[in-house]
Write a protein that binds this ligand. Structure first.
Ligand SMILES: NC(=O)c1ccc[n+]([C@@H]2O[C@H](COP(=O)([O-])OP(=O)(O)OC[C@H]3O[C@@H](n4cnc5c(N)ncnc54)[C@H](OP(=O)(O)O)[C@@H]3O)[C@@H](O)[C@H]2O)c1
Length: 288
């Protein structure tokens, strides 16, 4: 066995970015536990290799997550890198998304990574090493546009959870990376992956049509190449330490820079009021 070989555990590896990541990791000589809801599809997409273990895992199932981790450890003995990649996309106005759709968005894209990470952390703690990569989105940093409120809620949640988790697990030698991709040409905007809300509120009628057209027209025209992003993840994961955050794509960098500028402008606009909110000095207190 190659001494530098790491064991990667990837969710949603049967298609889209997850499949590209699995291919890039295998090409770099590492081992892959390629998980997904359909293991036949994983085998068809990734082929066969002694470095590859396809395992069934619906990220909404804690039982699946625990069984997949057991299978991974019994085959490869360890897990070095977890990629929380699987997600869904419920697109539409918040008022037109049903409560069940919002629940499902959060169950797959926020609670799903938590389920898988909870199952893997004991393995990484025992090893005193590991790297957890969670795929967020530009919409996990800046979401000032229509149709993504539920998706953005899941990705902002993912980021807050990851940032705090980092502090909790870094003392065990476990590192974390949040990835913010811009638009990448995967299957995310196909009918298989994007679930649009049913029109139900007439006030949105005029705006809904052009937006639907916009989102559907983006499918197949995204500028980002997921195979390149996959290779970039292999590169950053080999760094000591890996970056806490990786903004993926020129479009994602522009979105992030705008968000930083907006936050700074909001601070400056109210700095005086914001900094005047402490209790007044107690009478008789001595200034230090
Ligand atoms: N593509 C982009 O432009 C873009 C931009 C920003 C962020 N992202 C993020 O990148 C990640 C990958 O998305 P993608 O672009 O590759 O989308 P995709 O082509 O639609 O792939 C989504 C993957 O998630 C899996 N999945 C969905 N629900 C699942 C569940 N309950 N359990 C296990 N797997 C499940 C799918 O597997 P099935 O075959 O079983 O459905 C599929 O493998 C996601 O986190 C997404 O939010 C993508």
């Amino acid at each position: 066995m190659n001494d530098n070989r790491k064991v990667w555990f990837i969710t949603g590896a049967g298609r889209g970015m997850g499949a590209d990541i699995a291919q890039a990791v295998l090409a770099a000589g590492h081992a892959v536990v390629a998980t997904g809801r359909d293991t036949d599809r994983i085998a068809a997409t990734l082929g066969r290799s002694e470095n590859l273990l396809p395992v069934e895992l619906d990220v909404t199932s804690r039982t699946d997550a625990e069984a997949a981790v057991l299978a991974a450890v019994s085959r490869f003995g360890r897990i070095d890198v977890l990629v929380n990649n699987a997600a869904s996309f419920y697109a539409g106005y918040f008022e037109e998304l049903t409560p069940e759709q919002v629940d499902r968005q959060l169950a797959v894209s926020l609670i799903g990574p938590m389920n898988v990470t909870r199952a893997i952390l004991p393995v990484m703690r025992h090893q005193r090493s590991g790297h957890i990569i969670s795929i967020s989105s530009s919409a996990g940093l800046a979401a000032g546009f229509d149709f993504v409120s539920a998706y953005a809620a899941s990705k902002f949640g993912l980021e807050g959870w990851m940032e705090s988790l980092h502090a909790e697990i870094a003392p065990f030698g476990i590192t974390t990376t949040i990835v913010n991709p811009g638009f990448f040409r995967t299957e995310l905007l196909t009918e298989r992956s994007t679930n649009y809300a049913e029109p139900s509120v007439a006030d949105y009628d005029e705006r809904r049509g052009p937006l639907l057209e916009y989102w559907k027209s983006q499918n197949g025209r995204q500028s980002g190449d997921p195979a390149k992003l996959a290779r970039a993840l292999v590169t950053i994961s080999s760094e000591e330490p890996p970056p806490r955050r990786f903004i993926a794509g020129a479009d994602a960098i522009a979105t992030t820079e705008q968000k930083i500028a907006d936050l700074q402008a909001q601070i400056e606009a109210y700095r005086e009021l914001s900094t005047s909110l402490d209790f007044d000095r107690e009478p008789g207190a001595v200034a230090t």
